[in-house]
Design a binder for this molecule. Structure first.
Ligand code: NAD
Length: 318
């Protein structure tokens, strides 16, 4: 007789394009989920991705993978949303807002109809605006509606800093906060390696810590997506790895500090906006965000970033 108490770990992926399919592949390799359902308005695309992933299964992890409908979101621990349009070369993330909001107006009610208790993890851009919209459209508590935010930008930042510092990027503790986009903010004042400020580390190890170096690293981080899109048309490996890291923190209740996009209230006069700050992420979603003690320039830049996002949110009727 089947075990009546067994609850498979289901992850639903809405939008089986570059980002959604690459995330599904990384999730298959990880073995974290026992079921992965792919949902896309292009049914053939979802079916083709499911077939291709299933053929990897004997070489990877036993996982049930299929192309389904919104009813299959039922019981999913996490529904990852990467549906919608992506940036074209030269286009900003914010310009996608109208097209992708109309996609979300259709898909969020469908997901919540079948799964009112799971977590929503949003990747579609502009991710901060669409995560705020998902929170409003779903009626799900804010801690369970999470944007991938600047997890990707923070990874890019740590990678670039690690090249300068000559250490493993996982040993670099530094965050990009604010919008996942052009107004994102590097937190130089708190960047450290083993608790040594980045400045001290660089000075004692003979590494460059000039204002030009800092400016170049920030610009390279901020403009990375545009540079990649110019060369290969889309970005997906690093964002899929970021989504996987967030999913792992949730499914294994790790309490990992990740710069996801979350609802911000009462922080440097910022209210009622989704943006990224380091957050404790576990089974309940975002447990809380960390109220970093920023320097005056950083807090001003964060307020500016919040203002840009808020301006866009105010134009939406949600
Ligand atoms: P893509 O075009 O390859 O895939 C999008 C998929 O969404 C397509 O398969 C399409 O059929 C599907 N889709 C469109 N409308 C839909 C609907 N109403 N219902 C269900 N499915 C629908 O695009 P991509 O490169 O995978 O990018 C997806 C999104 O992720 C974009 O908005 C992109 O900007 C964003 N993105 C975010 C990050 C991040 O860090 N958050 C990084 C890269 C890309």
């Amino acid at each position: 007789m089947a075990d009546q108490t067994y609850q498979p770990t289901r992850v639903a992926v809405v939008g089986a394009g570059n980002v959604g399919a690459t995330f599904a592949y990384s999730l298959l390799l990880s073995g974290l989920a026992s079921e992965i359902v792919l949902i896309d308005s292009n049914q053939a695309k979802a079916e083709g991705e499911a077939m291709d992933l299933n053929h990897a299964m004997p070489l990877t992890q036993p996982t049930r993978i299929w192309a389904g409908g919104y009813q299959d979101c039922a019981g999913a621990a996490i529904t990852v949303i990467a549906a919608g349009v992506a940036q074209q070369p030269g286009e900003s993330r914010l310009s996608l807002v109208n097209s992708n909001i109309s996609v979300f107006r259709k898909i969020i009610p469908e997901i919540v109809r079948y799964n009112p208790t799971g977590l929503l993890l949003i990747a579609t851009n502009p991710v901060d605006i669409l995560t705020y919209a998902s929170w409003k459209l779903s009626g799900v508590p804010a801690n369970r509606v999470i944007g991938s935010g600047t997890v990707l930008d923070t990874a890019r930042f740590r990678y670039l800093l690690s090249l300068k510092a000559g250490v493993d990027p996982r040993s670099v503790h530094a965050f990009i906060i604010g919008e996942h986009g052009d107004s994102e903010v590097p937190v130089w004042s708190l960047a450290n390696i083993a608790g040594m400020t980045l400045r001290d580390f660089c000075e004692t190890n003979g590494k460059d810590f000039s204002p030009e170096m800092l400016k170049n690293i920030y610009q390279e981080t901020r403009d990375a997506a545009a540079q990649i899109i110019h060369r290969k048309g889309a970005t997906y490996y690093a964002v899929a790895s970021g989504l996987l890291r967030i999913a792992e923190a949730i499914l294994r209740d790790q309490g990992t500090v990740l710069s996801v996009s979350t609802l911000i209230e009462n922080y440097y006069d910022i209210q009622d906006v989704y943006l990224s700050l380091p957050c404790v992420v576990g089974r309940k979603g975002v447990e809380h965000f960390l109220r970093l003690d920023l320097d005056p320039e950083e807090s001003r830049d964060l307020q500016k970033s919040a203002g840009i996002l808020k301006g866009l949110i105010e134009q939406l009727t949600l």
